[in-house]
Design a protein around this ligand. Structure first.
Ligand SMILES: [Zn+2]
Ligand SMILES: [Zn+2]
Length: 200
């Protein structure tokens, strides 16, 4: 069945609009695409299998996901499946009970709790590799991330409306920082406030 995840809808719509998109039009476009790749691709499609997507859409989704400049997809999906299954326990990679900072970004800066590793290994993510688009992405992760998260967003305003290279680059970094924080707010703020109708 399909569950509406209030989380990403709220955060990406309001906060995302404000922070990222105020900056430049390219920040708007690329920030929107990255958000689409994370919520529509990594989250709904590859983690939860909420819908089926044909090849062209999966290619668009993986490119958009690359623009977000996050982890390998396998890690993203495993971390998120284990997060759903063991929300707010030690096995939750970004356990919100460990505070705002930890669930926002701290969890990415330190070693994982032993329970996360143990339970994470029990989560089956082999279905990911049935998708050739995912196999391709995982194999070329480094270059894909470098190109779609940094080089392309820098060249876009530089090429299309003659922005200076310096500001194109700075804008793309600002966009990256905002995109990451919008994603992280789902794990921190969205877990801190409001009711908790989790789907396990
Ligand atoms: Zn989810
Ligand atoms: Zn959550």
């Amino acid at each position: 069945h399909l569950t509406i995840f209030r989380d990403d809808l709220l955060i990406f719509t309001y906060v995302g609009f404000f922070l990222t998109y105020l900056y430049t039009i390219s920040g708007f476009l690329i920030g929107w695409a990255a958000g689409f790749g994370v919520t529509g691709g990594a989250h709904r499609l590859w983690t939860h299998r909420s819908y089926k997507a044909k090849l062209p859409l999966r290619i668009i989704l993986i490119i958009c996901y690359s623009m977000a400049g996050q982890n390998k997809l396998y890690e993203w999906v495993r971390d998120h499946r284990v997060h759903h299954k063991f929300s707010e326990t030690d096995a939750d990679p970004h356990n919100a009970n460990r505070g705002f900072f930890f669930s926002h970004v701290g969890w990415l800066m330190m070693r994982k709790h032993p329970d996360v590793l143990r339970k994470g290994k029990q989560i089956d993510c082999t279905d990911l590799f049935d998708d050739p688009v995912v196999v391709f992405f995982e194999r070329h992760f480094g270059p894909m991330k470098l190109f779609f998260a940094f080089i392309f967003p820098t060249l876009f305003p530089y090429y299309f409306w003659n922005e200076t290279f310096y500001w194109s680059f700075m804008g793309s970094i600002a966009r990256y920082v905002c995109s990451l924080n919008c994603t992280w707010l789902v794990n921190s703020a969205a877990h801190m406030f409001g009711n908790k109708p989790y789907d396990r």
